[in-house]
Each structure stands twice: as structure tokens, then as C-alpha cells.
Design a protein around this ligand. Structure first.
Ligand code: DQA
Length: 149
């Protein structure tokens, strides 16, 4: 049975490809989902690719992942910098957590330099564009394979 990975996207990521393309690029979230789905199949993973503008919905999906998933790849959007609730939910998840940011948050405004999610994340990828999601999936697959060996 393929290992399940939740790929979670927070607020405003539904506008990917439309909002601030000079920062976030021209790829849409549907493009990212398509690429992640293809890569997941190669890696022997199954993914649940989800987006919400609501903090509580992201928390609920993290709870759902607790029962089911080997890993979570999460781009929390602005919740990265504000949400203790998302951090607490991730702290209740035992699998691999990879935090992804399309932009390099460290090159941007100082309020983006702090991440609550990084207090839990096993790995952080920033500034690699939408490719970062693929790097995150590869890492979850590698950790899962190493655990199995
Ligand atoms: C982001 C960076 C965040 O600071 C911002 O609020 C986002 C997207 C990124 O992917 O670069 O919405 O997570």
C-alpha cells in the first residue's frame, strides 16, 4: 500500500499564479498539485493535496493526518508567522513534517523571518519556487524508506 502524505496549503495559496507572480511565480496551485501527484506516484506515495484559507480547517486536516499519514508537507502561508494552533497540531503528529515556502522568506520583510511551524518541522525549504514541494515529498519518501530498512 502506498504511503500517504498530506500536502497542505494555507491562506491565499489558492491564488498562486495570479497574486504577486514576481514573488510566487506563474504556476497555479493546480499545476503544483499535478506535479506533486506525478512525483508521488514515482516515489510510491499517495498524496492528499489540500488548500484552505481557514486556520481551523488546516488544524483539522493535521488531526486527520495523525491517524493516516507518514508525513506532512505544509506551506502554511501567512499562518507560518502567526499560528500557535497550527504548531500545536503539528506537535501532535508523529510523522515527518516538511515546511515549504515558495519564496525565500528570509530575504523578505522581517515579520516573515519567524516561523512557529519551524519549531516542529523536520526540514524547511524556502526560495526554491514550486519545486520546493517536490523536494519535500522526496524527503518524506527518503525518511520513510530509511525507517523501513
Ligand atoms: C509563503 C510565504 C509567506 O510569508 C506568505 O504569507 C505566503 C506564502 C511562501 O510560499 O513563500 O502566503 O508561505
Amino acid at each position: 500500500m502506498p504511503r500517504l502524505v498530506y500536502v497542505l496549503n494555507g491562506p491565499n495559496l489558492n491564488l498562486l499564479g495570479k497574486r504577486q507572480p514576481h514573488i510566487y511565480g506563474h504556476e497555479t496551485l493546480a499545476d503544483v498539485e499535478r506535479d506533486c501527484t506525478a512525483l508521488a506516484a514515482e516515489l510510491g506515495l499517495e498524496i492528499r493535496f489540500l488548500q484552505s484559507n481557514w486556520e481551523g480547517q488546516i488544524v483539522d486536516w493535521i488531526h486527520e493526518a495523525r491517524e493516516a499519514a507518514a508525513g506532512i508537507v505544509i506551506n502554511p502561508g501567512a499562518l507560518t508567522h502567526t499560528s500557535v494552533a497550527v504548531l500545536d497540531a503539528l506537535n501532535a503528529f508523529d510523522g515527518t513534517v516538511i515546511e515549504v515556502h515558495i519564496s525565500n522568506v528570509h530575504k523578505r520583510e522581517s515579520f516573515r523571518h519567524h516561523s512557529y511551524v519551524s519549531l516542529r518541522a523536520d526540514g524547511v525549504i524556502a526560495g526554491c519556487g514550486a519545486q520546493g514541494y517536490g523536494f519535500g515529498l522526496r524527503r518524506v519518501a527518503a525518511v520513510a524508506a530509511a525507517g523501513k530498512a
